[in-house]
Design a protein around this ligand. Structure first.
Ligand SMILES: *Cc1c(COP(=O)(O)O)cnc(C)c1O
Length: 227
């Protein structure tokens, strides 16, 4: 299957599940995850109308953003683990950071975000399945970190992101995803401008849409398996 066919099929599935679970039209946005994939793959996705891309590695992401710098319509999301010594390149190049989980990193991004750019959109990453191997904060720490981020003028808090433990059964997937939705509702109650709940990957997209995701992050189902 070509990238074009895969993208068409994913977009059809997003529409189908959105209708099935009574989600509003265009409420679920598609982020195309392109880590390890060449710029030629990104060009094909752009030709099919895709505009939002996710990258996990700072250097690789910055090189791709530079390659596409003349295309001002594109939106670049950093979705990898962010070490505090690498924040400057991210603050200077990306439009979104989805993996914020420490005040120290938030403070640095705020200081390093160039004045001529719009504030950096950020999501707080929640370690929803409580895995030692995963980044993200505990659910109980969410409101305190959100309060701190709200004080930083060069960051714009947009919501939450999670990478739940991988499960194949839909019913099991939905446990963590529903917990994320409850946290999202709690955050939105305190901060009504919050609008983004980023969850759902190639393997759990349907459950994520059912549970209230507003942004699915799809890599392998569009671009094929990674090495
Ligand atoms: C790689 C990655 C994805 C995409 O995963 P697929 O299973 O290939 O769809 C989504 N989110 C994050 C944070 C990732 O690192």
């Amino acid at each position: 299957m070509s990238i074009e066919q895969n993208l068409t099929s994913i977009k059809q599935q997003i529409c189908k599940f959105s209708q099935k679970y009574d989600r509003l039209d265009h409420e679920v946005k598609l982020l195309a995850v392109t880590k390890t994939k060449p710029v030629t793959d990104i060009e094909q996705a752009i030709a099919c109308g895709q505009r939002a891309f996710g990258e996990n590695y700072v250097q690789e992401g910055v090189e791709k953003i530079a390659y596409f710098q003349n295309n001002k319509d594109l939106e670049w999301h950093f979705i990898g683990t962010l070490q505090s010594k690498k924040t400057r390149l991210v603050a200077e190049n990306f439009d979104w950071v989805q993996t914020l989980d420490r005040l120290k990193v938030a403070t640095r991004l705020n200081e390093q975000r160039p004045e001529q750019l719009a504030p950096l959109n950020v999501l707080i990453q929640i370690n929803i399945s409580d895995e030692d191997s995963k980044s993200g904060i505990e659910p109980s720490e969410m409101l305190a970190l959100a309060d701190e981020i709200m004080q930083l003028p060069r960051l714009k808090l947009r919501g939450l992101m999670a990478i739940p433990k991988s499960e194949t059964e839909l019913e099991k997937q939905k446990i963590a995803l529903a917990q994320m939705k409850a946290l999202f509702d709690m955050l939105q109650q305190k901060y009504p401008d919050i609008d983004t709940l980023s969850m759902g990957m190639s393997g759990d997209m349907q459950s994520a849409i059912e549970c209230g995701s507003t942004m699915v992050r799809i890599g392998s189902a569009i671009f094929g398996a990674r090495n």
